[in-house]
Structure formats: C-alpha cells, structure tokens
Design a protein around this ligand. Sequence first.
Ligand code: XMP
Length: 318
Amino acid sequence: DWTPDAFVETTVQELKNKIGSDKVILGLSGGVDSSVAAMLLHKAIGNQLHCIFVNNGLLRKNEFETVLHQYEGMGLNVKGVDASARFLDALAGESDPEKKRKIIGRVFIEVFDDEAHQVENAKWLAQGTIYPDRIESVSASGGPSATIKSHHNVGGLPDFMKMEIVEPLKLLFKDEVRRVGASMGMPASILGRHPFPGPGLGIRILGDITPEKVSILQEVDAIFIDGLKKWGLYDKVWQAGAMLLPVQSVGVMGDERTYERCVTLRAVESTDGMTADWVNLPYEFLQKTSNDIINRVKGVNRVVYDISSKPPATIEWE
Ligand code: XMP
C-alpha cells in the first residue's frame, strides 16, 4: 500500500544513492510541486541542493519576499533572484498572448541559466514534474492544447545545460504530492496553494504589460485572495485570480465623470484544469470585495465576476 511516509523514506534513499556527492540545481516556483520536490531532495542531500527562485516581476503582491522567507525557514539552500526589470523590459509593448508567454519563457531560461552557471560543477537538474504533467505534455504534441496555448512546465531548459534530470515526483498525482509534503511537515500555506501559471500576472493583464498595470493587478488580486482566505473560501476553490481588462468605462465621482479600468474576478472548481466550473461565491463576499477593490485601488472603477465555465472559456483569459 502506498503511504506518504513510506514514499518519503524510499525516495530519500533512492535520491541519496543516485546523486551521491553531486550538486543539484532546482528552480523553485512557489508552487506545491517544486516545493515538495525541493524538500525531498533537501532531506536526501542537504546543501548539495541549490535552489533558485526567480522573481519575474509578475508574481502576486509580496509573493517573492514571503515565499523566499518561507523557503529559508524550511532550511532550503535557496537563492532569490529578482529579475523583474529584465522581464518587464523584454515584455514592453508586446500584447500578443503567445508572444508574451514566449518572452517570459525565454527570459526565464536566460536568468536561470546565468544562475545555474554560478553553481560550479552541478550535475543534476531537479524538476517538480508530476504524473499528469507528463500525460499532458504527450497529448499536447498532437492534442488541441498544443495549438491553443503553449505551457512551459515540462522541459523548457536549453540543451546546452547538459544536465541529468531528476524528477522525484514523476509518478505522483497532486493529492499524493500534498500528502508527501505534509508528511515532511511542510506548511499548509505552501501545500494548499492554488495553481498559478508560470507566466503569472503576465497573462492576466490583457494586452501589453506595464509596471503600473502590474501593480494595479497585484493590489486587486491581493484583496480578492486575502478576502477568500478571511471568509474561509480559499480552500473551497481550486483556483482564483483577477484579470485586468483592456477596457475603460465611465464612472462618476461627485460631479466628475471618470474613465477608468475594469477588472474581472475568476474563481473555479476543477480537478485538473482541463475542465472547470465557475464557483458560486456568496453575493455578500462579492459585494464586499468589489467595494474594497473600487475604494482602495486607484484607477479601477468597475469589477465584474466571470460566470463562464471551461469549455469553452479557459481559466486564464489569455
Ligand atoms: P487554461 O487557461 O488553459 O488553464 O484553462 C488551465 C490551467 O493551466 C494554467 N496555465 C498555465 N500554466 N503556463 C503555466 O505554467 C501557462 O502558460 C499557462 N496557461 C494556463 C492555468 O493557470 C490553469 O491552472
């Protein structure tokens, strides 16, 4: 019978045998999978594991600092790299969703590669790939998802790094990954985290990305997500976030007419992201959240809630 404790014990032993005294590099994303993979490797080889956590400037509000701090608290040998400016410069003026994804993917590889070169004689590249990622990447080669959107979780690193790959979670499903993390004592705030796309807020800002738009969306998203947590709704939702629309609409402020931005909130139920239903959040919650956003976030005067399911409406708007 599969148990998380037994899995941890066997996997740690296998990793020790396989890696010996070599160095391993791992890119942390803040998500469940890469975090649990890192923890397993940390248990097996301690500081021979070199983690790299890149801030692409498109993370949630305070996410980089908070998560980096959590990783340090877990004892991980982690380097935080703030490459926000590099990503935002490369993205300037681009509004095509697939091109934005490609730019973010390319800059990530460049930044990661620079950092990986700083770790001398590293032999292994660890990844938090889980079983469904593998199925999806296979089906994506011919399936509709390949043509609709390019996902960047699998592979994605340049050949010239020539490292051997280690994927300790490759046979697990998400719920098993969470149980493995829990059995190693990892914090619920990491294990219970909603999925978040690699390109981050970059695909939630429709159209071109500017630092101002990023900070507006970070504020909106933080009000929404903190609200979900406060109201005990966060764990009932599979994924939630806000999108900044390329739309301005009229508002009134006293005698003045304003012309400001519109955001949409999205919260979905799903098991694997392939299909999704919008969540029937309580009206009182939506009312409070909308008021908070409009009162507190300068430049936003309208909030809408996305009541579309997938298919056909993808979870992300881009
Ligand atoms: P969609 O929008 O296709 O999203 O319904 C399904 C799930 O995949 C995530 N997603 C991405 N993840 N890179 C990622 O790492 C991407 O380019 C990307 N696009 C969508 C999305 O957040 C949802 O969980």
